[in-house]
Design a protein around this ligand. Sequence first.
Ligand code: B12
Length: 115
Amino acid sequence: MAGDLHDIGKNLVAMILESGGFKVIDLGVDVSVEKFVEAARQYNPQVIGMSALLTTTMLAMKDTIDALTEAGLRQNLKVIVGGAPLSQEFSNQIGADGYASDAMTAKELCEKLVV
Ligand code: B12
């Protein structure tokens, strides 16, 4: 997320997803709302995953989901979120399609969401 430089968890999730056969496009760290929207347009992904380790940066997740909806990109797109300060409850509150607390569960979640 914007302002967040933590990437160890994000990298683990990407690695486990790739090992599970998913093609992963890693946008890196400190990813702005605009960059997520631009990437959704460019790559037309089935799932977007957002990772936040700071309580301040997790707030940008809702802004990103709202911006994706406003851009008309939300219909066939699942949004999943994760990171140490998050919870299923927070995921529900911001209108995400799923939350996972670790990389293996993130892979299982993606498998469920893309069928
Ligand atoms: C390592 C670390 C750092 C490293 C990061 C190195 C790197 N390349 O990532 C460094 C030293 C750079 C760092 C910097 C800072 N950090 Co730091 N950091 C940590 C620490 C100790 C561990 C994080 C970590 O890597 N965990 C291991 C990984 C494997 O776990 P994870 O990230 O949670 O990921 C797993 C799951 O959450 C999930 N997951 C993660 N992402 C996603 C995404 C999706 C879609 C899904 C489904 C699942 C998922 O799967 C992952 C794998 O199992 C945490 C403490 C903690 N308990 O989390 C503090 C912590 C996150 N940091 C903190 C802080 C405050 C900072 C700094 C602001 C410190 C400072 N004053 O400079 C800066 C911020 C820099 C920035 N702008 O981002 C605080 C945040 C507090 C808060 N309330 O927000 C914490 C909680 C420490 C603390 N107790 O104070 N940090």
